[in-house]
Design a protein around this ligand. Structure first.
Ligand code: HMG
Ligand code: MG
Length: 293
């Protein structure tokens, strides 16, 4: 990817739908992924293989993976919390996986029922298995700026965790402002420290848009060398274990903003509009306007 290109890692089938209280039919999830596959994305997080007791909405991950019309040059990714999830993801044909840790102990407990240190131990065996299967692993860190239980998170905690996950073999670390409360100055303070441990080209921004700063946070991240941002068409998203967190920043808004700033995303804005309309219809919402957020 050249200096003027930015990748949007599409999250809507996973982060976008996981928090929906009403069960969304498998066919509708498959249709969403198929519409997204026409937009120009190189990476689509298609589902997760977590405990169905914890996230019932995505219990049909294997059926979704089996039903989609796979396109060449698209990596259909899945989030996994442990070896059980890894094995399910491999059986379902996931092209890559994501492991997810947190920078706050309380969110780690709430989200994956273990401490940060225990989660890293769990991930070690997933990393070994991923190497054997030649499956790329992306790392996520949640609550990188602010945690509702613990308040401000020190940037060095995030930087150390990011470095550790890179050492474990992740190819990229996605930094999650899970509750969408970070402001651009806070993102700058975070990245000032993180890029000393992990080069910006290996970091991604995963900014939820609760406070409306996600677009500004993306702009604040670009000078640090970040060239990948997570987003969901229609601004879908939320985490069942982070109450009040709104959706991911809308992919169509990010694509539009980046085009205006001179960055190529390779995305087709018309196809994005179609996918966003369908995605938001699944929640009874209207798509976000094509403006930067
Ligand atoms: P636990 O209850 O401690 O797990 O949950 P366990 O190992 O004791 O197993 C309990 C039961 O779950 C057992 O079944 C296991 O077999 C089963 P039982 O014997 O009771 O019938 N189980 C599984 N089943 C299917 N697939 C699996 C699996 N693992 C265990 N992979 C666990 C621990 C990690 C499993 C649980 O806490 C969990 O699944 N958490 C996932 C929560 C989640 O998905 N959160 C949202 C994604 S993260 C996010 O959105 C943030 C992000 O977007 C970035 C950001 O915004 O910051 C990435
Ligand atoms: Mg998220």
């Amino acid at each position: 990817m050249n200096q003027d290109s930015v990748k949007i890692f599409e999250m809507s089938p996973r982060d976008g739908l996981q928090n929906e209280p009403v069960s969304i039919p498998t066919d509708a999830k498959i249709k969403l992924v198929n519409l997204l596959s026409k937009c120009g994305f190189s990476h689509i997080e298609t589902t997760s293989f977590v405990s169905p007791k914890w996230v019932p909405q995505l219990a049909d991950g294997d059926a979704v993976m089996a039903g989609i019309a796979r396109q060449p040059n698209i990596s259909y990714a899945a989030l996994v919390p442990n070896m059980n999830g890894f094995e399910r993801a491999v059986a379902a044909g996931a092209d890559q996986i994501g492991i997810f840790a947190a920078a706050s102990e309380s969110f780690s407990q709430k989200n994956i029922n273990c401490s940060i240190a225990q989660s890293l131990d769990r991930f070690e065996s997933v990393m070994v298995a991923a190497r054997t299967h030649k499956i790329a692993v992306r790392g996520y860190i949640s609550m990188v700026v602010y945690c509702p239980d613990e308040g401000q998170i020190a940037p060095r905690i995030v930087a150390n965790l990011a470095a550790r996950m890179m050492d474990m073999g992740c190819y990229e670390i996605s930094l999650g402002d899970t509750v969408g409360m970070a402001e651009p100055d806070e993102i700058r303070r975070l990245l000032d420290v993180c890029v000393r441990s992990v080069d910006g080209q290996y970091l991604a921004g995963h900014y939820h848009d609760t406070s409306g700063y996600a677009g500004a946070n993306i702009r604040a991240s670009l000078p640090y060398g970040l060239r990948c941002f997570d987003a969901s068409v229609g601004g879908l998203g939320g985490c069942p274990y982070a109450p009040g967190a709104a959706g991911n920043v809308a992919s169509e808004a990010v694509a539009h903003m980046l085009a205006g700033a001179g960055f190529a995303t390779g995305l087709d804005l018309d196809a994005l509009g179609v996918a966003a309309e369908f995605a938001t219809s699944l929640r009874g919402l209207t798509p976000s306007p094509l403006t930067s957020s």
